[in-house]
Unconditional design. Structure first.
Length: 368
């Protein structure tokens, strides 16, 4: 009797999970395709956190079968693109939660787990690049980008830049990794949002997955540095350069995440209302935009101090070997001057801080 009730409850969980995934996917798509592209992983992550892994697997498979079945009767309601997106998102989410469960069995910490997931995705990206992003597709895509830019220039009466072809070429080279990086960021934001939703509805996750103590492992940093050296030494037309620069951009997500966790952990210590904190983060996103992600990336590299030093030395070596000037001009005099700019900036700030502590609050405020 107990086994029958347990099986019935399990079937209901799978059924409701499947309905939840399908309804929210179709809802996001009908409201806005742009909204769907951003929030597509959200229902998968909510269910993945709320139910057992085996039930989640069955829910994803059942939702896919229902979409395929509907497609035979109504292509408008369930298009091929929706089925493909569902399959990709299901695969990524299943892989993510599956990797977490495997890491628990082999006692792998969160830092090595996430770094391992990124490396795994790099192999998938390389496979995709070799199979689909061939010369024919490259030419078609390049022509499409060129046509779109020409249309924008003609519509707004802008002058065509001579460097435009070079920019298009660079964009085409790094397009696979940029798309992957955007997906990593979107997936991570959806993961944070899904945990927030479960907390608000007082639903306890089956597994307490937390990456707030994430630090980039040494082995990952060494691979990152190796990719950087290859990028700086290889010819930009070579296949090795293309694969290396795409790998480098994808791997940058690890340092971006480390920068975010460091910022988040320090931001939590500030005694402010949660709504005010949300407003601050929202304003940072509005005014800084993509620059905020660059700041977090630099912060992540800065935490890995040795890593940042190695990146700088590699970059300086590249400038010297290619005959390009460093710090606005060449020569040892300018390098020494550039090194002392940090000291010249920090010393007055230290003296200002020391002097401020000797003054009363009123005097310091008036002087400020």
């Amino acid at each position: 009797m107990e086994t029958s009730q347990s099986n019935k409850q399990k079937s209901l969980i799978i059924f409701y999970s499947t309905i939840f995934i399908l309804v929210f996917q179709l809802l996001f798509l009908k409201i806005s395709p742009q909204l769907y592209s951003i929030l597509n992983p959200l229902p998968f992550l909510i269910i993945g956190l709320a139910v057992k892994y085996s039930d989640f697997l069955k829910s994803c498979a059942l939702a896919l079968l229902i979409l395929v079945f509907i497609h035979f009767f109504s292509e408008d309601f369930s298009s091929k693109q929706l089925i493909i997106f569902h399959f990709i998102t299901s695969f990524v989410t299943i892989f993510f939660f599956g990797s977490y469960h495997l890491s628990k069995k082999i006692n792998l910490d969160s830092s090595n787990l996430l770094s391992g997931i990124i490396i795994s995705f790099l192999f998938i990206l390389a496979f995709f690049y070799i199979l689909f992003f061939n010369n024919v597709e490259y030419e078609k895509l390049s022509a499409f980008v060129q046509k779109s830019i020409d249309q924008v220039i003609s519509n707004y009466g802008l002058q065509k830049n001579n460097e435009l072809d070079k920019i298009i070429k660079i964009v085409m080279i790094i397009l696979p990794s940029i798309n992957s990086l955007i997906f990593f960021i979107t997936f991570s934001l959806n993961f944070i949002f899904s945990k927030f939703i479960l907390k608000k509805f007082m639903i306890k996750p089956v597994e307490n997955i937390n990456f707030m103590d994430f630090t980039t492992p040494l082995w990952f940093s060494l691979i990152y540095l190796m990719m950087l050296i290859i990028v700086l030494t290889q010819n930009s037309n070579s296949q090795m350069f293309v694969l290396s620069i795409n790998t480098l951009i994808c791997m940058s997500f690890s340092f971006l995440l480390e920068g975010y966790t460091a910022f988040n952990n320090h931001f939590k210590k500030i005694k402010l209302n949660n709504f005010i904190k949300f407003i601050i983060i929202f304003l940072l996103l509005v005014f800084l935009g993509y620059l905020l992600f660059l700041v977090l990336l630099i912060l992540g590299l800065f935490i890995q101090t040795l890593m940042l030093l190695l990146v700088m030395l590699t970059f300086f070596n590249f400038l010297l070997s290619s005959g390009q000037p460093m710090f606005f001009s060449s020569g040892g005099k300018f390098i020494v001057l550039a090194m002392f700019t940090g000291v010249l900036t920090v010393v007055p700030l230290i003296l200002f801080h020391a002097g401020n502590q000797l003054l009363s609050m009123t005097t310091a405020s008036l002087l400020f």
